[in-house]
Design a protein around this ligand. Structure first.
Ligand SMILES: Nc1ncnc2c1ncn2[C@@H]1O[C@H](COP(=O)(O)OP(=O)(O)O)[C@@H](O)[C@H]1O
Ligand SMILES: [Mg+2]
Length: 234
């Protein structure tokens, strides 16, 4: 279980990016963090991964305080993070990336499983280097395949739908369902992703505005006439 206690984050220019956040993420559940642009969603997940350091407050993962741990140490504890913008590891082959993610040399069968889950054929992609010949959507899928290969206890996805333009959402949903033995925290605005959440956390101006099932949260999204909570202006 991941537990966030009284977490705040501020920088010199903005002292209220996250304000006194308290959250509990139980094992094997899907959580979706949603809210308008600039509400602090990416900041929150980056702090969980250790990319940013909180100004105050604590984060416990399986009762262990993560505060002093680096990104690598958190990864070794079983926390996996997929970026809003996919990271490129120039030159490295897809096959090698998947092996790095799973921590072992995989058989062709496993490679096929990882890639076919994200709609890519191993035959076409395993020996392709990561370079600018791959589209944003392909990179994003490879990143998702890495998350599957990693088989982490806690998966964090920041707007996984970004760049998956030509690929159906249903496949993305299938991936989250296939990661069932893990806890998944997904930052998203997409209705279909909100629908699979066990719990939705609605952030606004660095605070938790609401938390609960889609039925509880949906009226708040619908009442938001300008559509900002739904991310429609993004
Ligand atoms: N280093 C920083 N300096 C100043 N403002 C920042 C910094 N990092 C984030 N912010 C601000 O914090 C807010 C939250 O950002 P972010 O977590 O990226 O939002 P979201 O992912 O919900 O769109 C934004 O208003 C952003 O401009
Ligand atoms: Mg963001």
């Amino acid at each position: 279980m991941l537990e966030i206690k009284k977490l705040s984050y501020s920088v010199k220019e903005n002292n209220d990016i996250l304000k006194d956040i308290n959250l509990k993420f139980e094992d094997e559940k899907i959580y979706v963090i949603t809210g308008p642009n600039g509400s602090g969603k990416s900041t929150l997940v980056k702090i969980i991964m250790g990319i940013l350091k909180q100004t105050s407050g604590e984060i416990f993962f399986d009762n262990e305080d993560l505060t002093a741990l680096t990104i690598d140490e958190r990864a070794r504890k079983g926390i996996s993070y997929a970026f809003q913008q996919p990271v490129t590891f120039k030159g490295i082959k897809v096959r090698e990336l998947l092996d790095l993610a799973s921590g072992e040399k995989n058989k062709l069968n496993n490679h096929c499983d990882f890639l076919s889950t994200v709609g890519l054929c191993a035959k076409d992609y395993l020996d392709r280097p990561i370079d600018d010949k791959l589209s944003g959507g392909e990179l994003k899928r490879i990143e998702l395949a890495m998350a599957i290969a990693r088989n982490a206890k806690l998966n964090i996805f920041d707007e996984p739908e970004a760049g998956i333009d030509l690929w159906s959402f249903d496949n993305l949903i299938k991936i989250f369902s296939s990661l069932k033995n893990a806890t998944n925290i997904i930052v998203s605005h997409q209705k279909k992703i909100l629908e699979i959440a066990d719990e939705i956390i609605l952030l606004k101006n660095g605070e938790i505005l609401a938390q609960g099932k889609l039925n509880d949260i949906a009226p708040m999204l619908e009442n938001d006439k300008c559509g900002r909570l739904r991310g429609e202006n993004e």
